[in-house]
Ligand binder design. Sequence first.
Ligand SMILES: *Cc1c(COP(=O)(O)O)cnc(C)c1O
Length: 383
Amino acid sequence: MPLFNQRHQQALAQRQDQGLYRQLQCVDIHSQGLNFASNDYLGLAQDPEIITAWQQGLTQYGAGSSASPLVTGFQPPHADLEQQLTEWLGYQRALLFNSGFSANQAVLFTLLQAQDHLYQDKLNHASLIEAGMLSPAKMKRFAHNDMAALQQQLSKIKVGVDTASLVVTEGVFSMDGDCAPLASLRQITDLHQSWLMVDDAHGCGVLGDTGQGSCHLAGIKADILVITFGKAFGIQGAAVLCSQETAEYLVQFARHYIYSTAMPPAQAVALGRACSLIQTQSWRREKLQSLAGYLDHHLDSSIDLMPTITPIKPIIIGDSSQTMMIADQLQQRSIRVGAIRPPTVPRHSARLRITLTANHNETDIHQLAIAINEVVNEAVDVG
Ligand SMILES: *Cc1c(COP(=O)(O)O)cnc(C)c1O
């Protein structure tokens, strides 16, 4: 048997044995009951204004961008969106990418050289950790949100003529819904002449008075801010916000930017509309807060919902199979929640990941709370 077959069969069997086998499911979100597993926090993915903007963009600019940005892919809607983002978030430049995954890889691969030091929070997204491992720099991970640990690591190195140092964190951690201590991170990185990069995939749109995100809420500015459009924007894509000089450097050297077809201009038009709605419709953020309070109020005190200021509401179960079983039972009641297992989260910390959106109402939340009270309590009693 060729080695590939053998290897695949072994790995798949092992995943099954560990209760970690992932199944791709085709989900029609319009006909599947209540969805508490999406990242569409502001409820913009189905927004009629955004759909209309996309349609108008298609009529005006066609289906695709037809080339990478440096050829002919960078068009008026891309330029408009970049400008909108820089004004809103307070940066000189914004560069658009097709995904957060590629934006993170582009930044880490392009910025870091072999003599450099990279520090990442242990719970950073897979795209950041993987980019760090593949980058030429020496990467260290510090315990989640542990500023003493980071400071200790930073104080061991000497930044100097050829050694640069970069600290990378998420603004809001995707699987825990908690926030990074950004004010402390800014202080520590300044003290050690390090740059701070914040991936605010889950904070942008959700936190801050016009949705500017985690850094604005903490009153700091990151040297590099990555935002993604697949979460609160309800669409797809990402942007890197940075100085004029860093943007120029990325445009010269970031291969994910240079050698990838630009997003369709119609998508940039839709993103521009989403960006305006995010800033002006603060009722969406207010609604998320009130729904969170409502959920808290209706869950039994025995349910360990992690307290967060974000719409990400995890309940840690621990055991992977038990987590899957609970999610299945909720699904039988037409309630979909995320069931998150290792290696996405640390071992023995499998969890339900409940996400609220501005499209939910109090009846939905009530139904969710009743189902969780029954199913989780029962599972914990049995288990
Ligand atoms: C979702 C996510 C990404 C990846 O973004 P995509 O646009 O989905 O590729 C990167 N970082 C974090 C923290 C994320 O949650």
